[in-house]
Design a protein around this ligand. Structure first.
Ligand code: ADP
Ligand code: MG
Length: 250
């Protein structure tokens, strides 16, 4: 579903991604761990067409991110096509990013109606189903400010799902939440994992990684230091840097 090959990215003189290779199979849950500043968000953003890799290639579902193949040549995609492809990859941010002036229902129906041209009634029916799935069936008419952080994040997940993404990316989805609200959001993400949703989750929640991940990836200084099944990376890390990091977050 996702193939990342030799990806480099710099911001000015700051070399943030230093040759990243990563494959995610359909239905697989990949959890990325790593210290602050190691390039985790930048990597997710390159997958979602929010940053452009300087070198290397990324494909999602066989399509090159940012490029179209014609014969053996790659051509840069027009912005309209980039936007279209981005809508098919769900992205859940640390700070929810809900539209404050729209109701919960409107937050979820906005993109399907505006970007995919879905009839409003059908988009609303889907939104109600998704709200039910994330345990917020009674909040359709509320505004984001009337919800807790955990509820807002569950709305953000429902909003991402409304576009029927082939891939879901989560960037520290529980880092902005009060501790007692973390569990309800992780439960929703675990439920998606059980349903076979392909996802890449950046998080410091080691318990979640242990339970939900097929593959745990440890990143440091723009590189993948090690990756493997949770029992290997979390319980028998091979690299000193992984051990040092885990000893701080566990
Ligand atoms: P992580 O998510 O692992 O904490 P990031 O990918 O956010 O790391 O950032 C990696 C490094 O790149 C950091 O030093 C950060 O300050 C820098 N960085 C990220 N985005 C930008 C940007 N748009 N412009 C300049 N520097 C950036
Ligand atoms: Mg980050």
């Amino acid at each position: 579903m996702v193939e990342i090959r030799g990806v480099h990215k710099s911001f000015g003189s700051l070399h943030v991604l230093r040759g990243v290779d990563l494959s995610v199979r359909p239905g697989e849950v990949t959890v990325i761990l790593g210290p602050s500043g190691s390039g985790k968000s930048t990597l997710l953003r390159t997958v979602n067409h929010l940053e452009k890799a300087d070198r290397g290639s990324i494909t999602v579902g066989g399509d090159f991110v940012g490029y179209r193949r014609k014969g053996d040549k790659l051509y840069e995609l027009p912005e309209r096509e980039v936007l279209r492809r981005r809508t098919r990859i769900g992205f859940v941010f640390q700070n929810f990013h809900l539209f404050p002036h729209l109701t919960v229902l409107e937050n979820i129906t906005e993109a399907p109606v505006a970007a995919l041209g879905r009839p409003r009634a059908r988009a609303a029916a889907t939104a109600h189903e998704l709200l039910d799935r994330v345990g917020l069936a009674d909040k359709a008419r509320a505004y984001p400010r009337q919800l807790s952080g955990g509820q807002q994040q569950r709305v953000a997940i429902a909003r991402a799902l409304a576009l029927e993404p082939k891939l879901l990316l989560f960037d520290e989805p529980t880092s902005a939440l009060d501790p007692e609200l973390v569990g309800e959001v992780l439960d929703v993400i675990k439920d998606l994992a059980d349903r076979g949703t392909t996802m890449i989750v950046v998080t410091h929640e080691i318990g979640f990684a242990r339970e939900a991940a097929d593959t745990v990836v440890f990143m440091d200084e723009g590189r993948i230091v090690e990756q493997g099944p949770p029992a290997d990376v979390l319980d028998r890390p091979r690299h000193e840097r992984t051990r040092a990091f885990l000893s701080k977050v566990l």
